[in-house]
Design a protein around this ligand. Structure first.
Ligand SMILES: [Zn+2]
Length: 252
């Protein structure tokens, strides 16, 4: 027996799936995932992975929960306002699944802590809306050969892809978005352009699915494919993305 009785009961709806079974569930329970950002994308990702039984979640976010977050960031609530999001994320997970081991950091993801945060993890999920943080997570994941699931959402639009270092057809974030950070400053943000909670739930839900598939080893991850979501039409488009042989991050 790979799982105890309580685990078989709690995760019954996954264990019964032939793609997962006890073996896949054991892999999920043994996995350590870093979630960078406990906001719009982080909320469905944290809830989804804690519910699925990913055994160890590291969460880093320096922000405090704000009333304007609550249209989408359902892991926070009125009692969380003016508390660090990492703290309310921790409380949410403890209420949902107290068996999950948590490492919650009220801090900014920086060059000083990025490597030590990513090194013990099997996988990283980029749930930020901050280009320098995204590029930093990408750079360290490439260095450490750690899979990174990228997601973005604004208004009714979203995008998602997975970067798996070492896979020959896997680009990195720099390969597909080589712009400077200044260019990114012109991009629409949730604060100035708006965001529907359904958009972050779709993209965060897809990031959760990617993580579960990559950890448990089934399905086809979004490697070499950027999936675009158009919430106005409820339509998805897939763009083929390839490694850039001149990429300053992954081609070295
Ligand atoms: Zn690259």
């Amino acid at each position: 027996m790979l799982l105890n009785d309580a685990e078989i009961e709690r995760y019954a709806r996954q264990v019964v799936m032939p793609e997962i079974g006890e073996e896949g569930q054991k892999k999920l329970l043994s996995a350590h995932v870093l979630i960078v950002g406990a906001g719009g994308l982080g909320a469905p990702v944290i809830a989804g992975l804690a519910g699925a039984g990913v055994g160890h979640l590291s969460i880093i976010d320096e922000d405090e929960a704000d009333i304007t977050n609550l249209n989408r960031q359902f892991i926070h609530n009125l009692k969380s306002l003016s508390q660090p999001k990492s703290v309310s994320a921790e409380q949410f997970v403890k209420g949902l699944n107290p068996d999950i081991r948590l490492s919650c950091h009220v801090a900014r993801f920086t060059e000083e802590n990025a490597k030590s945060l990513i090194e013990p993890c099997d996988l990283v999920i980029d749930c930020t809306d901050n280009p320098p943080t995204r590029y930093l997570a990408n750079q360290i994941c490439q260095q450490l050969h750690t899979p990174l699931i990228f997601g973005g959402a604004v208004r009714t639009d979203g995008q998602i892809t997975s970067f798996i270092p070492g896979e020959p057809n896997s680009p990195c974030l720099r390969c597909i978005f080589p712009q400077t950070e200044l260019d990114y400053d012109q991009a629409p943000s949730c604060a100035n352009a708006g965001i529907l909670g359904s958009t972050t739930m779709v993209i965060g839900g897809l990031q959760t699915a990617e993580a579960i598939k990559i950890i448990a080893g089934f399905g086809t991850p979004l490697v070499g494919r950027l999936l675009l979501y158009d919430g106005l039409a409820n339509a998805f488009t897939e763009i083929e993305i390839a490694p850039n042989p001149a990429c300053p991050v992954c081609s070295l």
